[in-house]
Design a protein. Structure first.
Length: 279
């Protein structure tokens, strides 16, 4: 009988412990649509000034960061409940499919191929392929690049677009990242850097480059930035679209553009209409 009583008491203690553990489960991260004391994981870039940048002190800055923070707020999360996750271009679709992040705001251009794998809210910014050149450069049109040194990242469609259709005699130099291209432009090793104008404006707006560069303003392509969402998550897409519309209507979108791109005198397009893709 004594053994039976001890066993019963032990079982009671174990049951209480399990109950306490279950109650404590609410403290774990929650990437759902409501905060509930949890967190939301959001994919961004870590290395694009003006868009998505991890600062030396561990904080984050940029237009995509501001958009993501605003959207998360509308989904019910405070800034300290947002966990920004580095999401490189090649891994964006996989990150959403695996559930690593709830949504992605990372210069994510909407196109038909990507829409087969993920859904998009937005667009929230219409960017264009452009050139970044020195402030005193005589380059005024794409064909001026013939015979000039053009830099972009390895595998960039922007560089190939210029090389194949605009200036076939341009001397294409490819680097691992845009920072290397910008350094080459500063030193005179290259005459121009090409990618989306928003990315170029972000680099040009940095204090260390202030006044040295300018955008050529050529609009060589249309890039409709959208917020990537896991395929089939219609409820989140609807909520994010509503958040983006509110961000435009209350002036927060214009402020974010000015704060992040203003020093580069970036001539941005007006905020795009939700669901309208400019070809």
């Amino acid at each position: 009988m004594k053994l039976r009583k001890v066993t019963a008491a032990s079982a009671a203690v174990l049951a209480l412990a399990l109950s306490a553990t279950a109650c404590g489960g609410d403290d774990k991260d929650d990437s759902g649509s409501g905060s509930g004391g949890g967190k939301i994981k959001v994919g961004i870039k870590y290395d694009q000034p003006g868009l998505g940048l991890k600062e030396p002190d561990g904080s984050f800055s940029g237009f995509d960061v501001d958009v993501a923070t605003y959207v998360a707020k509308e989904l019910g999360y405070k800034p300290d409940q947002i966990e920004f996750v580095e999401t490189k271009s090649a891994d964006r679709e996989n990150a959403l499919a695996r559930g690593d992040v709830k949504f992605i705001a990372a210069t994510y251009s909407i196109n038909d191929e990507r829409k087969q794998k993920v859904d998009f809210a937005g667009p929230y910014l219409l960017a264009h392929q452009d050139l970044l050149i020195k402030s005193d450069s005589d380059i005024t049109k794409g064909t001026d690049l013939n015979g000039k040194k053009l830099c972009s990242v390895t595998g960039s469609t922007s560089a190939q677009n210029v090389k194949n259709t605009i200036a076939p005699k341009a001397q294409l130099k490819q680097q691992a990242g845009y920072s290397e291209c910008i350094a080459g432009l500063q030193s005179g090793a290259v005459d121009a850097v090409t990618t989306d104008d928003s990315i170029l404006a972000g680099f040009a707006a940095q204090d260390k480059y202030k006044g040295q560069f300018k955008l050529a303003g050529l609009k060589l392509s249309n890039e409709n930035y959208g917020i990537g969402i896991k395929k089939g998550d219609a409820a989140t897409e609807k909520k994010i679209n509503a958040a983006l519309e509110k961000m435009v209507s209350d002036g927060a979108w214009d402020k974010a553009v000015k704060d992040n791109f203003g020093p580069a005198e970036y001539k941005n397009e007006p905020a795009p209409k939700i669901g309208v893709i400019v070809k």
